[in-house]
Design a protein around this ligand. Structure first.
Ligand SMILES: Nc1ncnc2c1ncn2[C@@H]1O[C@@H]2COP(=O)(O)O[C@H]2[C@H]1O
Length: 152
């Protein structure tokens, strides 16, 4: 079974605009399996750890404020090359205006900050982010019966 996992976060604008279902649908349609999901309003400490590399950027306080503004959906997705594939489905760059039509950010977002969704940028950051947002008991080990039809 393909065990590569990535962390995906639907940000407050994605929840408020009620596009959770459409985002999940895209990942399921592609052939990936969700192995964990929860809705929460993240606290400042969690967000500061998640965005620690951006701590000294001028937009950091606004970013934290925006991320504290409402519930988010945290998920773990699993499948073949899932880290790179989901990044490309989101639109690799941060700015929605530069993303190709058909990507989530190009299709649903207009702004650099409120860009709807986060996906881990490497397997290492995926593991780090999964450990930050989830504990092991929240992750379900299951094997979809159609997996052999999607990847080798
Ligand atoms: N120049 C910027 N101004 C405001 N927000 C930004 C800027 N650059 C990045 N961000 C936000 O910081 C986030 C960092 O992670 P993401 O790429 O998921 O999405 C990014 C945006 O939400």
């Amino acid at each position: 079974m393909e065990k590569e996992q990535t962390f995906v976060l639907i940000k407050p604008d994605g929840v408020q605009r009620r596009i959770i279902g459409r985002i999940i649908q895209r990942f399921e349609d592609k052939g990936f399996s969700m192995v964990a999901m929860k809705m929460l309003i993240p606290n400042q400490e969690l967000l500061q750890k998640h965005y620690e590399e951006l701590m000294f950027k001028p937009f950091f306080p606004c970013l934290i404020c925006y991320m504290l503004s409402g519930p988010v959906i945290a998920m773990i997705w699993q499948g073949k090359d899932v880290v790179r594939q989901i990044r490309s489905m989101l639109g690799e760059g941060r700015n929605p205006v530069e993303q190709k039509p058909g990507t989530i950010r190009a299709d649903y977002a207009l702004e650099l900050q409120r860009n709807l969704i986060h996906g881990s940028d490497s397997c290492e950051s995926a593991q780090k982010e999964i450990n930050l947002w989830f504990n092991q008991k929240e992750i379900v080990d299951w094997k979809p019966s159609d997996l052999n039809w999607v990847c080798e």
